[in-house]
Ligand binder design. Structure first.
Ligand SMILES: [Zn+2]
Length: 424
């Protein structure tokens, strides 16, 4: 059976917690994807025992214990939680019927299904509630919003917001997930919740109690960056005796930004410069002064040591170009190699190609387009090689990064000769 993500922070975290409880059962093929949880058939009795262990582990679950349905106050006899347990068992049976068969199974009829659930939009809410208290057994108990279960004030775009003031429809499945969310919060004294629209990511991130302190850790950043294109929101949970659980929005975590930070820090480490420059560059990345880093990379490429120079040029090109441009300008790299071969074969000065590279990089630094075009055309004409593709269009009209990338690849090819390789 499948339970889908609803987009509600509370029920989605509850769903992930459900998966983690099921992991303790001997079940094969539990599958959590970005959008749903798939489980094989579950025995109600077994699951009930497992949940019960969780519930009894606590003296009581705050806020939940005051619920007449799921709490210490629900007992009809001296034995604590008797009614709670019966209610939970009945609810599990109905939920599995709902999940296995259809949105409105026969077992739901007893409770008079009314409208579709406002949270999942899949199952039906009911007019009556499950209740096993002795004096209710012959008559129906009207279903009411319990402020002890649904008090999630403050979370953004959340249908639970101010729930106690509104009468929204909620199905038994979603209600169960809410209860699991409450158990989750209790179990993990972690006061931060990170939400994203990917269940696998929720599972990874919310089951690490120290996740926020780990956000400076490059390994965790890398792992997070595997979840491409997902934005994460951080909430802080506050437990208020009267209002219930309050989720306060703290900040957004942008995975794309995390990815590019990792990439940029790695590039800074590859660049040949001293320790304190490197630290300053990293600070610039964290404060998003990307242009400062770009200028530094460009202005310090030239170096007497050709290996350092090639390395710095390569870092600069990765910084401005990334993968998008690399294919398009392979032709310029090959032209550079061709040019390098000619220059070397006609010249006894070992440093001749490096001298050309120095000059071209200075022209890139000053952004003197017409001199740059003249210089490159001259080099190709003198050495009797065909000009690079679209050379005047690229040098005279393309934006700065693209021009730098093309000419940079040419210089890379040119310098590659000196290192003894002409293939790549
Ligand atoms: Zn629902």
């Amino acid at each position: 059976m499948k339970i889908y993500r609803t987009g509600e922070i509370v029920s989605d975290i509850g769903l992930v917690h459900f998966k983690n409880i099921l992991n303790r059962m001997d079940l094969d093929n539990i599958e959590l994807t970005a959008n749903y949880l798939f489980t094989p058939k579950i025995k109600v009795k077994e699951l009930l025992e497992l949940l019960w262990e969780d519930i009894l582990e606590r003296d009581y679950v705050p806020y939940l214990r005051n619920s007449s349905k799921f709490g210490g106050n629900s007992e009809g006899s001296r034995e604590p939680y008797v009614n709670f347990r019966k209610n939970l068992e009945e609810q599990l049976k109905i939920i599995f019927d709902m999940l296995n068969s259809q949105d409105k199974p026969k077992s739901l009829n007893k409770y008079n299904p009314t409208k579709k659930c406002s949270i999942c939009n899949r199952f039906y809410s009911t007019e009556y509630d499950i209740n096993n208290k002795k004096h209710y057994q012959d008559k129906n108990k009207e279903r009411k919003v319990s402020k002890y279960i649904y008090s999630f004030l403050g979370s953004e775009n959340n249908t639970f917001s101010n729930y106690t003031n509104r009468n929204i429809e909620i199905c038994f499945v979603c209600e169960f997930l809410v209860v699991l969310f409450l158990l989750y919060i209790y179990r993990n004294e972690n006061r931060y919740i990170i939400y994203s629209n990917n269940l696998q990511l929720l599972d990874f991130i919310n089951y690490r109690s120290t996740i926020l302190t780990e956000l400076n850790d490059i390994g965790i950043l890398r792992k997070l960056s595997d979840f491409n294109d997902y934005n994460m929101k951080i909430y802080k949970t506050n437990i208020d005796r009267n209002k219930g659980v309050i989720l306060d929005f703290v900040k957004n975590l942008d995975v794309k930004k995390i990815k590019s930070t990792i990439k940029n820090i790695a590039l800074i480490n590859e660049y040949n410069t001293n320790w304190s420059n490197r630290e300053n560059l990293k600070k610039a990345i964290f404060s998003e002064n990307y242009n400062q880093v770009k200028s530094f990379f460009l202005n310090n490429i030239n170096d007497e040591n050709i290996f350092k120079m090639v390395q710095n040029l390569s870092v600069y090109l990765k910084y401005i170009g990334g993968n998008e441009m690399s294919e398009e300008y392979q032709g310029w790299y090959k032209k550079g190699v061709e040019l390098g071969n000619k220059v070397i074969s006609g010249n006894k000065d070992e440093k001749s190609t490096q001298k050309i590279a120095f000059k071209l990089i200075k022209l890139l630094q000053s952004m003197d387009r017409s001199t740059l075009l003249d210089e490159i055309m001259h080099l190709f004409v003198v050495n009797k090689i065909d000009l690079p593709y679209k050379i005047s269009n690229i040098i005279m009209e393309k934006d700065k990064d693209e021009l730098h990338y093309a000419v940079g690849k040419l210089i890379e090819g040119l310098l590659n000769i000196n290192q003894g390789g002409s293939d790549e």
